[in-house]
Design a protein around this ligand. Structure first.
Ligand SMILES: Nc1ncnc2c1ncn2[C@@H]1O[C@H](COP(=O)(O)OP(=O)(O)O)[C@@H](O)[C@H]1O
Ligand SMILES: [Mg+2]
Length: 391
């Protein structure tokens, strides 16, 4: 497992942050002015992968400040919040003179935890240190109060030309070559999300023949790579439940990919749990085929995405080069094919009144007989059966 490029190339200085000049200027003003600001908190908001978290860390580095970071799950518990955040806001910094409080991804907080949010609002009134908050969607109703109590800075999607520049720099540092066309495609596909662009780049760079990768909206491999990354690397969230809807691949193929790559990410107890989930997927798959009960597909999907994601103890760092399920795919395809052989033999046996077993044994001869189109029609062979005979 290699280092994740998203972490490896996270900007450390203002000069490395691209396309967010206005945001850099505004946050610098906010920090420099502190504590004379009317509002003691600032919200960096915008879509994923545009540099919100990065900007908060970079300003603390540039201003030689200590950073005290907490996320939405820390806000869950009001008492815990009082126990950790309040002292952090009141006490002087131990190591450095300056301190910045960062509340990352505040909109990840759920309705049930509004108490924590309210507590945060009251702490903002009294803080001795500047508070930086990040959010994807600042307009959500639960953030009404926060919007009033904070200064707002919007970070915009990063222009694809800038994304392309960054990708080229990264390839240079990595001593890797990818053709210009593919780099352009990755940059456009990212739709302003630098994290997505870096992940796609690292995936493509790990392939044997990067230039053969056709990167369009319908690209199946990239989609399954990203889906697996979300499932294996991150904490399980409800978003995972619909994740495979956007992967344009049959659920059977997705199962093969997941099965192939579980052991690259999990080991020990996690591995056992993940395979248990996979076997549940198989159980439902069996029921679907036997009982034609398509609703079970929902469960199949849940075990495969959320179930396998939840099998891990902690989130995974690093970059994994996921593998194509070639071997297993072949076994599976062979099984599908031998199923065809069986159904053909079955039809033939019925028609000429011999046993199925005999038909299977004499299959090479039957195959000869079945070169005739008329006989194929008489036996009512379907397209797949005919395709099997013509292989
Ligand atoms: N403006 C930017 N300039 C350069 N790199 C960026 C920029 N924004 C994001 N990145 C890259 O994308 C990754 C994710 O950025 P991050 O700040 O975590 O995004 P956000 O918090 O907005 O979702 C970073 O590690 C960095 O490599
Ligand atoms: Mg972030």
């Amino acid at each position: 497992m290699g280092k994740n490029w998203v972490e490896k190339y996270r900007p450390k200085r203002f000069s490395e942050i691209k396309g967010q000049e206005l945001a850099v200027e505004k946050i610098t003003e906010f920090i420099d002015k502190f504590p004379k600001n009317k509002k003691k908190a600032i919200v960096l908001h915008g879509p994923p992968g545009v540099g919100k978290t990065t900007l908060a860390h970079v300003i603390s580095l540039e201003k030689n400040s200590e950073i005290f970071e907490l996320n939405a799950s820390d806000l869950r518990n009001k008492k815990k919040l009082q126990a950790i955040l309040r002292p952090a806001m009141e006490q002087r910094s131990l190591l450095k003179e300056k301190k910045i409080i960062l509340v990352d991804e505040v909109d990840g907080i759920s309705v049930a935890d509004w108490g924590g949010l309210a507590e945060l609002m009251s702490l903002i009134e009294k803080t001795n240190f500047p508070v930086i908050i990040t959010a994807n969607d600042i307009w959500s109703q639960k953030l009404n109060v926060l919007r009033k109590k904070s200064e707002l800075i919007q970070l915009k999607e990063i222009n694809y030309n800038l994304i392309k520049d960054i990708l080229i720099q990264v390839l240079r540092s990595e001593n890797k070559f990818i053709d210009n066309d593919t780099i352009t495609k990755i940059s456009i596909r990212a739709k302003g999300d630098m994290r997505a662009a870096l992940n796609d780049l690292q995936t493509v760079a790990g392939l044997e023949t990067p230039s053969e990768m056709v990167l369009d909206e319908r690209n199946k491999e990239i989609d399954i790579f990203n889906a697996m990354r979300l499932i294996f690397k991150n904490k399980p969230t409800n978003d995972l439940l619909s994740l495979f809807d956007s992967v344009k691949m049959s659920l059977d193929d997705i199962i093969l990919w997941m099965e192939e790559n579980i052991s690259a990410e999990y080991s020990g107890e996690e591995l056992a749990k993940a395979f248990e989930m996979l076997s549940k997927v198989d159980v439902f798959k069996g029921r679907i085929y036997k009982q034609q009960y398509w609703r079970f597909m929902v469960y199949e999907n849940i075990f495969l995405s959320y179930g396998i994601s939840a099998a891990k103890k902690d989130i995974k760092t690093g970059f994994t080069n996921y593998q194509k399920p070639t071997r297993k795919l072949k076994i599976w395809l062979n099984n599908q094919r031998s199923k065809k052989k069986k159904t053909i033999a079955e039809k033939y046996a019925k028609h000429v009144h011999v046993s199925q077993k005999r038909a299977m044994n004499e299959f090479p001869i039957i195959k000869q007989i079945l070169t005739s189109n008329d006989i194929r029609k008489e036996l009512r062979l379907d397209e797949e059966e005919i395709a099997y005979l013509e292989k």
